[in-house]
Design a protein around this ligand. Sequence first.
Ligand code: ADP
Ligand code: MG
Length: 497
Amino acid sequence: MLYSDVSSLHSIVPQTKWSALQKEAMSTLTSQFTVSTTKLQQLTEAFVQHMNEGLTAQKGACKDLAMIPTYVTGRPDGHERGSYLALDLGGTNLRVCLITLKGDHALESHQRAFKVSDHLQEAHVSELMDFIAASIKDFITSEHISSKIVEHPSDSETLELGFTFSFPVTQTAIDAGVLLRWTKGFCCPGAVGNDVVQLLQEALNRNGVNVHVAALVNDTVGTLLAHSYTHPNTFVGAIFGTGTNGAYVETTRNIPSISSPAKEMLVNIEWGNFDKDKEFLPLTIHDNKLDKESINPGVHVFEKMISGMYLGEIARNVLLNLIGQRILFGGVSSEILNKHYALETKFMSDIEKDTSSTLTATATILEQELNIRNSTVADREIVKTVCQLVGNRAARLSAMATAAVIRQGLSNGIQEKHRHLLRVGATVVSAVDEKDVINVGIDGSVFEHYPYFEGRMTEGLEELLGPNARHIIKLGIARDGSGVGAALAALIATKNN
Ligand code: ADP
Ligand code: MG
């Protein structure tokens, strides 16, 4: 396979300086990392099928796509008004926000972060919740914030709160979810097996804070809702950051476990776990090595091909393999490059951006970050090509998941009117009315900062959904799902009661 077969969204690396052995090794790598249109189509079909299997699975059945119903039964249209609180607990910082929705797609946001001490991460959960309640009280009674609440009062006297809780929970209602296990260094006793909303509400009551916890949300759902406020007909919320995941809108009649009069419900796909049995994904020896050496082998193999936590490590594995074959850096590695996760995804971004004729920025990264000195131009061209192969594959697989979710929308009735326009071979339309656009809200540094990621995704979407995909599907950055999105979930929950 020729190098030029790789996406046009590369600054093509001149390979004139490569030796015959280098050319051969790079040609092999190119074919291993290139996901053809046919392969993408096959993956899309499997993805759609697994989505439906996840939706209809019996409780306890272990499907790769969990397809978790979120009990969020509506989407904002940008006309919502009122002040809502949002709370984001997901790591060492607790973030409290006041979101004032002003209607007409406009909003104001004020926030404060509180540090969750090491002690609190291990203390009894009632102590953690008391700290959260006190932080909320502190925030809403501060002069600056309380004046904002009066300015745009919400419908009720009690402030409604949306809670983004980034730990594994099984949700049983929009305002109820049982903690399955702690992650990320937390281990507060008294929480696992209990409803985290109830634990927080009890602490708020105990501390005399007049706040009602109205909704518990996952970050993908928050992203979808936040984007929906500014972009009508947002159908997908996706994360391409440390990890990757997506949420979308499903008709309730397609979710057998839910009996609700509502027409639609957001579903959290948990797509990082797609194809856990490794039946379809084009895994290379480099991916398998990464997985085997990771803290969770066999889990989230799809995420490991796509997300920011892993892309650098795949590239590092490839480089070490080339060094081992004495094809790169004269066969000599460095102590740093030999360390797991030493090559950050951000370095790949910077290397792909390097369009200088002798790849001087790449030389600097190799030298300063990885202690690889005296690289030749041919070496650096190889390094850049490896980044392109890994980065392009990630974007194309991201397009595949997005296309599969949109295809589900074409068949579940929610995006039905696009059925004839979103297929390979469809009649080409020159433009689409703004109201007919399918918006995809995306959060995460990989989508936002990795060069060509969006263009490569769009290219993949066109291969899968035809020539109109570029006009109909709009990928957009949706920041602050855990703030604005959680506030909107609280609004939807209160309006539905
Ligand atoms: P999170 O997903 O944890 O909320 P982010 O969306 O910021 O946070 O994603 C963090 C991930 O993005 C990290 O894995 C990091 O390697 C990667 N990343 C950070 N900066 C860049 C960049 N400039 N280009 C590509 N990836 C990046
Ligand atoms: Mg994030």
